[in-house]
Design a protein around this ligand. Sequence first.
Ligand SMILES: [Zn+2]
Length: 137
Amino acid sequence: MEKRSKNHGLLKKYPKLFIKQKMVWPDIECNDGWYWLIDNLCKTIQDYIDQNKKVSQITIGQVKEKFGGLRFYTNGYNDDRIPGMIWFAESLSYSICETCGQPGKLRTGHWYATRCDECQKKKDKEWEKYVKSKRNK
Ligand SMILES: [Zn+2]
């Protein structure tokens, strides 16, 4: 796994949502640009559970990026609003740069990623460098 990111702070911030299962902590596999999105989603879900006694506690299985969008997998639910909250956050992720958190859009070049123009330019340069280094071998 890559270096510890800001996202991993969320495991401590929401101890009821992030629980060690079979000796393994649920993982957050995306860049920190989505930190505030995931943070707000966790807060909204946990507040809702805490305020509604009939809603049972859910836990998070995995949070990751797939095809440029956020995926938020949970274990157990008995309430239809929580999947709706997750659906909204996942939809919103396609408009937020995964790298820096600024407004962005889905890029479908060499791989799918949601980025702002600036982060996309940086990535394009890195890619050019990489391609050049391969050619010069
Ligand atoms: Zn960006």
